[in-house]
Design a protein around this ligand. Structure first.
Ligand SMILES: NC(=O)c1ccc[n+]([C@@H]2O[C@H](COP(=O)([O-])OP(=O)(O)OC[C@H]3O[C@@H](n4cnc5c(N)ncnc54)[C@H](O)[C@@H]3O)[C@@H](O)[C@H]2O)c1
Length: 470
């Protein structure tokens, strides 16, 4: 087993990961994960065995049955990319098998299921993480830095608006978007709510109204094209959210809107306003307006600017190796789930719903990457790849490279890793940036801080570390 270097020299052993759920979003994870040398995704499984076999063949993973993967002693953590209804059951099964787990959003279809996952993890001393990790992108890290620096004063108001016409036009199996755990408030709200809590702190109360324009949706692509799926959830929701800080947020989420021209996400303070980027992406632009002045674009700070789905999992894995807390953690995801559920309940009951949980804001990424150590000492020579049967993409990644030569990552292609969007949004394709993940220990324990410098040199070395699982 090789080791991954960190920005300060120490090495960490990559975490061997089994992926469960080989659908659409798995491609985005498998494209971005090799940028984080702490991640070693080795196997995949799906209740749809051909799906697992396909992803295994494309990505050089080992396809396994779900039970066999969970029982595999050589796998330390599970990446759960199943549909929302399976998130909590698969998370629980992973924890019961003694594995750490990171899952896609929403954390669960209801707060009780999420709480059961958290309890199981506590009982076993295991870690739980959850998407979204897009708030670790340069866009929302910059928003956070501006807020923390007091650039717009005390933040008193915000707007969070995602309006679209649902996902049946492009997703071949869109039923889960219209089943419990779906709807725009469980599917898209996690991006907005997580970015809000990251920037401004937790939610105290919500109130909402909700509706539904259609009782069925027609599948637009894939083998089921032309068939319909039932709509079991609200597909339009408008609400107000009060943060513990006192900030009042206007939120609107819809699958019933064909086109709109509202800004997605804005924060308004006593000394100015911030126009924040789409929290379903990693990049900018971030714009700031002083009182009475026009918007000006702020330079982006720490964090990736393009598809980096898996950065949250990498942060969790660094935490496993160093003891540092991870940012996309279960407490944060459970709080966001409680808010989504409260929006639903508020609309049903026509009353305000209070939220009791108070997660910490996740630590921001360090502003600047730590300098790389000089010379090749911290990266051992590793043997050339033995696998010649890997797909072209992995073989290219496995070519030997000089240690510490930082170069642009290969261009991403295919799934951009962002949830589909309303017209006008960009699925940008650009080199992955050099990223520093800093594990800042709770209570500012700088001695426990651990930083991981990733670059594509490590990416290629990481690819060479692959070995069969036992
Ligand atoms: N598709 C996207 O663009 C996108 C983007 C961001 C997040 N997400 C989230 O990722 C998750 C998956 O979305 P997707 O689009 O990849 O869905 P998908 O339907 O394409 O894939 C889900 C896969 O999970 C498998 N599965 C379901 N239950 C399972 C179980 N119990 N055990 C093992 N495998 C199981 C299915 O067979 C399927 O192959 C969802 O929660 C979604 O909200 C999707």
């Amino acid at each position: 087993m090789g080791t991954a270097r960190t920005g300060h020299g120490p090495r960490v052993e990559p975490v061997r990961i089994g992926l469960i759920g080989c659908g659409k979003i798995s491609a985005a994870y498998l494209q971005a994960a090799p940028s984080y040398p702490v991640l070693d995704i080795v196997a995949c499984a799906d209740i749809d065995r051909p799906a697992a076999a396909r992803v295994a063949a494309e990505s050089g993973l080992q396809a396994m049955d779900v039970d066999a993967l969970l029982a595999c002693g050589d796998i330390e953590a599970i990446l759960n990319l199943t549909v929302p209804a399976a998130h909590a059951p698969v998370n629980l099964a992973a924890l019961q098998a003694g594995k750490h787990v990171y899952c896609e959003k929403p954390f669960a279809v209801d707060p009780a299921a999420g709480a059961a996952v958290m309890a199981a993890a506590r009982e076993r001393g295991l870690r739980v993480g959850s998407a979204p990790d897009t708030f670790l992108g340069a866009g929302h890290q910059t928003v956070r830095a501006l807020v923390d620096a007091g650039r717009i004063g005390r933040v008193v108001a915000a707007t969070a608006i995602w309006l679209g016409h649902g996902h049946e036009g492009w997703h071949p199996s869109p039923a889960f978007y219209y089943a419990p755990g779906g709807g725009p408030h469980f599917d898209m709200a996690p991006y907005y709510l997580t970015a809000l809590v990251h920037a401004l702190g937790p939610v105290r109360a919500v109130t909402a109204m909700a509706g539904r324009a259609f009782d069925t949706r027609t599948v637009g692509s894939g083998p089921d094209a032309g068939t319909t799926v039932p709509v079991q959830v609200s597909t339009h929701l408008s609400g107000a959210i009060e943060l513990v800080s006192g900030c009042i947020v206007t939120i609107a989420l819809s699958y019933d809107v064909w086109r709109h021209s509202n800004p997605r996400f804005e924060l308004h303070g006593t000394a100015g306003s911030i126009s924040a980027p789409d929290p379903n992406g990693f990049g900018g632009p971030v714009r700031v307006a002083d009182p009475g002045a026009e918007w000006t674009e702020a330079p982006l700070g720490a964090g990736p600017t393009r598809n980096a789905r898996s950065i949250g999992l990498a942060d969790l894995c660094i935490g496993l190796r160093t003891g540092a807390p991870h940012r996309c953690n279960g407490e944060l995801a459970q709080h966001v789930l409680e808010v989504m559920d409260a929006l639903d309940r508020s609309a049903e009951q026509r009353s305000q719903v209070t939220i009791d949980s108070r997660p910490e804001r996740p630590a921001p990424l360090p502003e600047r990457p730590a300098p790389l150590p000089e010379g090749p000492a911290s990266l051992p020579e590793r043997p050339a790849p033995a696998r010649t049967d890997w797909p072209e993409r992995l073989r290219e990644r496995s070519l030997p490279r000089r240690a510490h030569v930082v170069e642009p990552a290969p261009r991403l292609s295919g799934a951009a890793g962002e949830d589909p969007v309303v017209p006008g949004s960009q699925h940008e394709q650009e080199p992955l940036p050099q990223v520093l993940l800093g594990g800042r220990a709770a209570g500012g324990d700088a001695g426990k801080a651990a930083q991981l410098q990733t670059d594509v040199t490590d990416l290629k070395l990481h690819a060479r570390l692959r070995r069969p699982i036992h």
